[in-house]
Design a protein around this ligand. Structure first.
Ligand SMILES: *Cc1c(COP(=O)(O)O)cnc(C)c1O
Length: 355
């Protein structure tokens, strides 16, 4: 018998969420952001689910971009951090993959190489995030160099917001506007939070990521369900042991949970080696047989404990760690993180089923 843990990936929900993003995007086109193996969900199954509706895909790894081309995807594909070395750049050009250019080093390499065909480029500006991108005042010179190189086709101006999920985008958008206004070039600025909150940020291309996976980009303002998003990943397992604790007895490493009353404890086949966050404290929500319960004590490598007192549950009962019936955002919030991190941390040892 195999260990009962399982991640179910609902690709129909991914498609549904992409169509929700498209509705918010209005006339703009939407790159489905599928970096990091589609946020841990599996690149090809997710891409397949939107094959006939996706305007494009955005990711970071050239191998994954080539995987999409090999699987017959003909849409625009954008490398969000561009190329890291000569080989990436040659492959991108050969397979009609668009690249972000955010640094002088990338620009210099582009000028140097002979390419099979012109490359579509996302020219990235730093408007306050201070992560990647050129300074806005460099725009005219950069555009002149790109055009003079003879190696670029379409140029799209890009920036990325630091606070689209809370204080907003006004200052960064105004800064970007200074470059974009009279360039006549297509623009792309919005991640999921900006797409959902700021209609003025839609422009020509939007870049939704987390919302496609049924996570809310601002769970404190809007739950994913309130945004009409459906969970894509459900992490499920079973109770493999039951303990009865007397008052004063504890469970797990460090004895972090101590019973104050007679307590039935369920031991779940899921631990941090499966991707469940070790820092999730006692009280993190969990579903047992569809009933809401809470975790107890410290998460260990292969197991965690949960409250069964007053629940109809026993060895073999089904458990949902997150997904259908329990938003990943809720679990993430209890564990002091975001659903992005839970999804991306799903461990390779967890079997994945589609549907
Ligand atoms: C990851 C990423 C996105 C998607 O962000 P979400 O918050 O997941 O919607 C958009 N743009 C860039 C440049 C990114 O790296």
């Amino acid at each position: 018998m195999t260990r009962p843990i399982l991640a179910r990936i609902d690709t129909a929900a991914f498609r549904h969420n992409y169509l929700v993003a498209k509705r918010h995007a209005g006339a703009a086109r939407a790159w489905a952001v599928v970096k990091a193996n589609a946020y841990g969900h599996g690149l090809l199954p997710c891409a397949e689910a939107v094959r006939d509706v996706a305007d494009g895909f955005a990711l970071l790894e050239i191998s994954e971009a080539l995987g999409l081309r090999a699987a017959g995807f003909t849409q625009p594909i954008l490398m969000l951090e561009g190329f890291f070395a000569e080989d990436d750049l040659r492959l991108a050009a050969a397979h009609d993959i668009s690249v972000v250019i955010h640094s002088q080093a990338q620009l210099a390499l582009l000028e140097l190489l002979e390419l099979e065909r012109p490359l579509n480029v996302g020219l990235k500006f730093n408007t306050g995030m201070n992560r990647l991108g050129f300074l806005p005042q460099q725009a005219p010179a950069l555009l002149a160099r790109l055009r003079a190189s003879g190696k670029v086709g379409q140029i799209t101006l890009m920036t990325h917001f630091a606070n689209a999920d809370d204080t907003g985008i006004a200052a960064q958008l105004a800064c970007f506007e200074g470059i974009a206004a009279d360039s006549g070039l297509p623009c792309s600025v919005a991640n999921s939070a900006a797409l959902l909150r700021f209609p003025q940020a839609q422009r020509d291309w939007v870049r939704p990521g987390i919302m496609l996976y049924g996570g809310s980009p601002m769970p404190d303002l809007n739950t994913a369900a309130a945004l009409g998003l459906r969970p894509v990943m459900s992490l499920a397992s079973r109770i493999i042991g039951v303990q009865s604790l007397q008052p004063g007895e504890s469970v797990g490493y460090g004895s972090l949970f101590r019973a104050e009353r007679p307590t039935r404890v369920g031991v779940v086949a899921c631990g941090y080696a499966d991707g469940y966050p070790r820092h999730a404290p006692s009280g993190t929500p969990i579903l047992v047989n569809g009933q809401r319960s809470r975790t107890l004590g410290r998460v260990s490598m292969d197991m965690l404990a949960c409250e069964l007192t007053d629940l109809a549950a026993d060895v073999g009962s089904s458990v949902t760690l997150w997904g259908e019936g329990l938003a990943a955002d809720e679990v993430a919030s209890a564990a002091g993180t975001v659903s992005y991190e839970l999804f991306c941390a799903l461990a390779p040892r967890v079997p994945v089923v589609l549907g």
